[in-house]
Design a protein. Structure first.
Length: 656
């Protein structure tokens, strides 16, 4: 339903119902006099004001506030005539090629059109004028009331203005009817596209939103590609490029996103939406200062163009210029019913809390729980302060999720912590218990909840929620390690897992954000604390060291895991020895590696090789899939090392 003028909404009538029913009456006969008669007869059906008439003349009553207006028969007759004109004059009539046919306004000395037998100047001319409803406002209602074949014909014959089609499609999306929106808008872009202005660009945006709602992502991408390839430079093609930029940004392709942005800018330099897109790309790359700087540039430009500070997107850019992370968090939270808003408010209130003091205890555990001849060894376990223990018991009574099993990131089965009632309960508990920020156990649970958040992976969530929680856990852990003299904390001990899982998640976050230095820092720290490296971060670190030609460090890491038969470590050791000129040792290391990984050389040496069948659930140790993954990650490094592949080919034959 269209949003009518606020002055109309203050009148004591159910305006939306009145207009909808009135449009139906008009389309049923298209006779103005019959319509006025209907309005006189039914106006009381929509009246919501008081029933008793206060003392005073008609003109005085009309000057009262809307909620004080009381209808008598004269007023009802006058309002009916005025409502009839207001609605009739905007309705596109099928018999008039879907154009309005307005009622003439009576001249001053003509009989009033309300039927009072008075002159117009002495009757309805004294009423406050009601603003007319525009044809575009009424089209969504008309479209719903029309016979579907007639409506389709009107669209086919270009009788429906494009901005009216957009309003209809927007109504469909807001009422969760995306298929109807697609059916309405898709024909606009089939065959030769004639409309390429701003309204067409908005139609493109709505159609893409409908495809997203339906999960038709490939259809959307093909549609955008067709617009880019076939439509000339215009706001429409700029809009397609802008959607491409967003898709590439979401896929972790910042270079592609900037290329699409520049193309969009070339096609429509004056597009207002470019302002938001540019700061979005900068924010997604973590360039907050640059994002604020460019927001300030766009603010000045949009103000010169006449945009008000309270209008979108200028009001959003003003917030970005102040605090980019908060601005993007605010707008994202609005899109997901504020899931995470209470958590953010709690974090802002507790960030300055001093670090708590955890201690370590000694206990005995199996050196390797999977070993048939396991040996008990002395291990260290993190000990939670007594006050926090009691707090954690209370927390687990209201928090809906269990701990993840083993190395998994989330539990197999759990209630949704972001369901409104659940979130209100545990978020309210946090507000009442600021000391929860001191608990490694609770911080671990909050990080798990964020991994199942509907916008997990978004930059704003990482910056304002995920990262502060993980950094707090790391700071608490580092305080323990410094005091205890860098002890070993094994993953096998349940008490250690909340802290180690938080550090592990810092590694994963750095991988997600493409921050190589942070990947190495957190992964190396994880390996030093938990030398068994249950999470396998040595594989990531080894590849990174080899990529950066840090061969001595790579060899040192490999020697820390002498029996490791993962290709990253085993063949990383081979390549590091070869680069360091220790060829004999490299030959021996290659011979050891080939015992279990004999397919790796074939995949490294082949210029082209068929991609094997890959199992999304895992990798076959020593299999073609494992060799394929190693080739994909490391062949370029072997190839760039002078003589390495020739040496590998020659040496491999000696072991055959």
């Amino acid at each position: 339903m269209a949003n009518f003028d606020t002055d109309l909404n203050e009148i004591p009538f159910e305006l939306e119902a009145l207009v909808s029913d009135a449009v139906g009456q008009i389309l049923s006969h298209e006779n103005p006099q019959l319509f006025v008669n209907w309005m006189r007869e039914h106006i009381y059906d929509y009246y919501t004001g008081p029933e008793e008439l206060p003392e005073g003349r008609f003109s005085e009553l009309m000057a009262r506030n809307s909620d004080q207006i009381v209808m008598d028969s004269d007023m009802a007759r006058s309002l009916a005539a005025n409502f009839a004109s207001m609605i009739w004059n905007g309705v596109p009539l099928p018999s008039n090629l879907f154009r309005p046919r307005p009622m003439p306004t009576p001249k001053r000395n003509d009989r009033c059109h309300c039927g009072s037998d008075k002159k117009y100047k002495n009757c309805c001319a004294r009423l406050p004028s009601l603003p007319s409803l525009s044809t575009n406002e009424l089209w969504p209602i008309v479209y719903e009331k029309l016979d579907k074949d007639i409506a389709a014909g009107a669209i086919r014959e270009n009788r429906v203005p494009l901005d009216a089609l957009n309003m209809i499609a927007q109504d469909y999306l807001e009422s969760e009817q995306p298929k109807k929106a697609v059916a309405l808008l898709k024909p606009l872009f089939e065959g030769e596209v004639h409309k390429t202005n701003d309204d067409a660009e908005f139609a493109l945006t709505l159609l893409c939103n409908a495809y997203d709602y339906l999960g038709h992502h490939r259809v959307k991408i093909a549609f955008l590609r067709a617009i880019i390839d076939t439509v000339p430079r215009s706001p429409l093609r700029s809009g397609a490029w802008q959607r491409q930029a967003t898709i590439r940004m979401d896929n972790g392709d910042p270079d592609g996103a900037w290329l699409a942005f520049r193309n969009a800018q070339r096609d429509d330099p004056d597009s207002i939406s470019l302002s938001v897109l540019e700061v979005q790309i900068l924010n997604a790359q973590g360039h907050n200062e640059k994002s604020a700087e460019r927001a300030d540039f766009w603010i000045r430009r949009l103000r010169r163009a006449g945009l008000g500070d309270d209008e979108m997107p200028l009001n959003f850019l003003i917030e970005v210029a102040k605090n980019p992370s908060k601005a993007f968090a605010d707008i994202s939270l609005e899109m997901i019913n504020d899931a995470g808003l209470l958590l953010r408010q709690w974090l802002e209130s507790v960030l300055e809390r001093p670090l708590p003091t955890y201690t370590l205890s000694d206990s005995m555990a199996a050196s390797d729980p999977d070993d048939a001849q396991m040996v008990e060894v002395k291990v260290r376990a993190l000990q939670t302060p007594d006050k926090l223990r009691r707090l954690e018991l209370d927390w687990h009574g209201i928090y809906p999720m269990d701990k993840p099993f083993s190395l998994h990131e989330i539990p197999f089965e759990q209630d949704d912590p972001w369901e409104v009632i659940e979130e209100l309960e545990w978020s309210g508990w946090l507000q009442r218990n600021p000391a929860a920020f001191d608990s490694l156990d609770i911080l671990d649970d909050l990080a798990t909840a964020l991994i199942v958040h509907p916008q997990f992976g978004a930059r704003w969530l990482n910056d304002t929620l995920f990262n502060p929680i993980l950094q707090r856990a790391e700071a608490i852990l580092e305080k323990v390690l410094v005091v205890a003299g860098e002890p070993r904390l094994d993953w096998i001990i349940p008490e250690n897992r909340p802290a180690l899982r938080s550090l592990s998640r810092l590694v994963n976050l750095a991988i997600m954000m493409g921050e190589n230095d942070e990947i190495e820092r957190c992964a190396q720290r994880m390996i030093s604390i938990n030398p068994n490296d249950n999470h396998g971060y040595r594989l990531i670190v080894m590849n990174q060291l080899i990529h950066e030609s840090r061969d001595r460090e790579a060899l040192q890491l490999a020697e820390s895991f002498p029996n490791d038969s993962h290709p990253e470590v085993a063949f990383g050791r081979v390549l590091a020895l070869y680069r360091l000129g220790r060829v004999k040792e490299a030959e021996a290391a290659l011979g050891e590696s080939l015992e279990l990984l004999d397919k790796i050389p074939r995949y490294l040496l082949a210029k082209r090789i068929k991609k094997p069948t890959l199992d999304p659930e895992g990798v076959v140790f020593g299999g073609d899939d494992q060799a394929w993954y190693y080739r994909k990650e490391m062949r370029a490094v072997w190839q760039s090392t002078p003589g390495a592949l020739d040496w590998l080919k020659k040496t491999k034959k000696t072991f055959s």
